[in-house]
Design a protein around this ligand. Structure first.
Ligand SMILES: NC(=O)c1ccc[n+]([C@@H]2O[C@H](COP(=O)([O-])OP(=O)(O)OC[C@H]3O[C@@H](n4cnc5c(N)ncnc54)[C@H](OP(=O)(O)O)[C@@H]3O)[C@@H](O)[C@H]2O)c1
Length: 264
């Protein structure tokens, strides 16, 4: 299927690794021009060079900006052209007790997970509406539904993201711009691989057993009963970026293997 993304310009926040990187790879293969974002020159240009090798002829460039520093981001934004597709993917978390999670940690997660998307949507939505085409995606998490007790702050930011995304979608009425939220479940990024390996080493268990126990105890509603591959999440993101997804707007799309449970 041709996703009709050739010639579209895309910015993916937090895309030097993980779901963002896999999405970039897929969109480049589909002929889009992609801006890769990370905090450091070195990691961002490394990802750009790697993508150029992996996807011959890829039109890929760096957008170095730290979303903990909105003033710096604003400066960097003046160097970017308008984009057709904005993927608000960057997300940080803490996994610790509610009592030891500091106000600073709450604020950092709100800043990176929510305010990055607010800042970028303010910058790019008006042009999308003017050109009468655009896609904005907010990457949430199964935690918006599960709210694990060691991740209350992160889960709160992800739940809030649903309200931001839904509210912004109302601004697209009578246009061909869409704004949606995508909900990944536990996904096998480098971070997840390290989590499994570290736990396996400390508990002297096989990594496969660690994964089995994680889904049995922490994600009992999962029908998938395994971590999703980053590409499994990226393919749904790519579809939502496509002109083919034109009737999906103001929606929440889950790619969580059933883990968040319930009917909504
Ligand atoms: N992985 C999962 O299991 C999972 C599950 C549900 C939802 N999600 C959500 O999916 C999204 C992607 O997660 P992921 O696990 O693929 O990410 P990841 O592997 O942890 O990737 C982190 C990326 O974010 C960038 N980054 C971190 N802080 C940043 C900042 N302040 N400013 C700019 N860039 C920053 C990093 O760039 P540098 O290090 O190069 O600066 C890197 O490119 C997140 O919103 C996450 O909450 C993930």
């Amino acid at each position: 299927m041709d996703l009709q993304l050739s010639g579209k310009t895309v910015l993916i926040t937090g895309s030097t690794a993980g779901i963002g990187y896999a999405t970039a790879q897929l969109l480049l293969e589909e002929g889009a021009e992609v801006y890769i974002n990370g905090r450091q020159q070195a990691s961002t240009y490394k990802a750009v060079d790697q993508l150029k090798e992996e996807v011959p002829g890829a039109r890929v460039a760096a957008f170095v900006a730290d979303f903990m520093k909105p003033a710096e981001v604003e400066k960097q934004l003046s160097t970017l052209p308008s984009v057709d597709i904005l993927i608000n993917n960057v997300g940080i978390y803490t996994s610790k007790s509610f009592y030891t999670t500091s106000a600073e940690e709450w604020n950092s997660q709100f800043q990176v997970n929510i305010m990055s998307g607010v800042q970028l949507t303010k910058r790019f939505l008006p042009t999308m509406l003017q050109q009468n085409w655009g896609r904005i995606l907010f990457i949430s998490s199964e935690c918006a539904y599960l709210v694990p007790s060691d991740m209350i702050s992160y889960s709160a930011t992800k739940a809030a993201l649903h309200a931001v995304s839904k509210g912004l979608s109302h601004l697209t009425k009578r246009s061909r711009v869409t704004i949606n939220t995508l909900v990944p479940g536990s996904t096998l990024t480098e971070g997840a691989k390290k989590f499994i390996a570290d736990k396996a080493a400390s508990e002297k268990k096989d990594p496969a057993e660690i994964e089995r126990l994680f889904f049995q105890n922490e994600r009992p509603h999962s029908l998938l009963e395994r971590f999703a591959e980053v590409k499994e999440v990226a393919t749904t993101i790519a579809y939502l970026c496509s002109p083919l997804s034109s009737a999906t707007n103001g929606s929440v799309i889950k790619v969580d293997g059933g883990s968040s449970g319930g009917v909504l």
